[in-house]
Design a protein around this ligand. Structure first.
Ligand SMILES: Nc1ncnc2c1ncn2[C@@H]1O[C@H](COP(=O)(O)OP(=O)(O)OP(=O)(O)O)[C@@H](O)[C@H]1O
Length: 241
């Protein structure tokens, strides 16, 4: 199958610091790729380059075989979701979710139907009129998801989306994301520094270390790599069995 997203030899430096070294990988349609990396490894820079929010020094990004390097962020059909949900503070939940459709000039009827559908998907029908500051962190992240998904992006980029949530809410959000991901046939890159989350969320696993990217053929390959940390984590949990 032809890959949806093709990243070829992306490099990026800030001054004398090279943050990404010849990053190359592909993403199939409907695939969720988890990417693990420590703080400062270049994860956010990579996602920002894919979304068009940062300019690469070299390399190519193609979506459905079309070169994207010079396409502005709003025309890429690639949506970047920050760790902290960035909602418009002066718009309520429904208006926040509707935003992308409004600027795309969809009709009020279509917007209403789609927003109601998304509200049901994220389980926030009862909170449609609330303002962002009246929501919990998990609810804000749900709204942020809905706002991204409603425009049906080809690729969704998630930058540690659940990092700021408590453990229980985090698990709920993981389940919600998995459900929506399947239902809406999403293609996404899911960045996390949590090994368990990476394995739970991703169909495949990649790793970024000091700007070098590696994609594993399978989860077993990931587990077998002694540098991945997976065996140490498994050994840790085994001691409680
Ligand atoms: N605009 C910038 N100017 C200069 N250096 C930058 C800039 N953005 C990122 N960097 C540097 O690039 C490196 C990688 O940053 P990046 O934000 O991609 O890391 P990360 O893997 O996402 O880390 P974290 O998980 O802590 O967010 C860091 O050393 C950072 O200081």
């Amino acid at each position: 199958m032809e890959p949806l997203l093709h990243i070829d030899n992306i490099t990026k430096s800030f001054g004398s610091e090279t943050v990404l070294h010849n990053v190359s990988f592909m993403l199939q349609e409907h695939e969720v790729l988890s990417v693990l990396g420590k703080s400062g490894s270049g994860k956010t820079t990579l996602l920002k380059i894919l979304a068009g929010l940062e300019k690469e020094d070299d390399g190519t990004i193609s979506l459905s075989r079309k070169r994207m390097n010079d396409t502005p962020p709003n025309k890429r059909n690639i949506v970047y979701l920050y760790q902290e949900p960035l909602l418009f503070p002066h718009l309520n939940v429904s208006e926040n979710i509707a935003f992308g459709l409004k600027i795309r000039k969809q009709s009020p009827d279509v917007i209403k139907t789609k927003v109601e559908h998304m509200l049901a998907e994220i389980g926030l029908e009862e909170h449609a009129e609330k303002m962002p500051h009246q929501l919990s962190g998990g609810q804000r992240q749900r709204v942020s998801f809905a706002r991204a998904l409603i425009i049906e992006p080809k690729v969704l980029l998630l930058d540690e989306p659940f990092g700021a949530l408590d453990a229980e809410t985090r698990v709920q959000m993981q389940e919600l994301f998995k459900k929506l991901s399947k239902k809406m046939k999403l293609t996404s890159i899911f960045i996390t520094h949590d090994l368990k989350e990476a394995l739970t969320m991703g169909d495949h696993i990649g790793k970024i270390e000091l700007g070098h990217f590696k994609r594993y053929e399978s989860k077993q390959d990931f587990y077998d790599d002694v540098d991945s940390g997976a065996q140490q984590e498994a050994a840790f949990w085994k001691q409680f069995n």
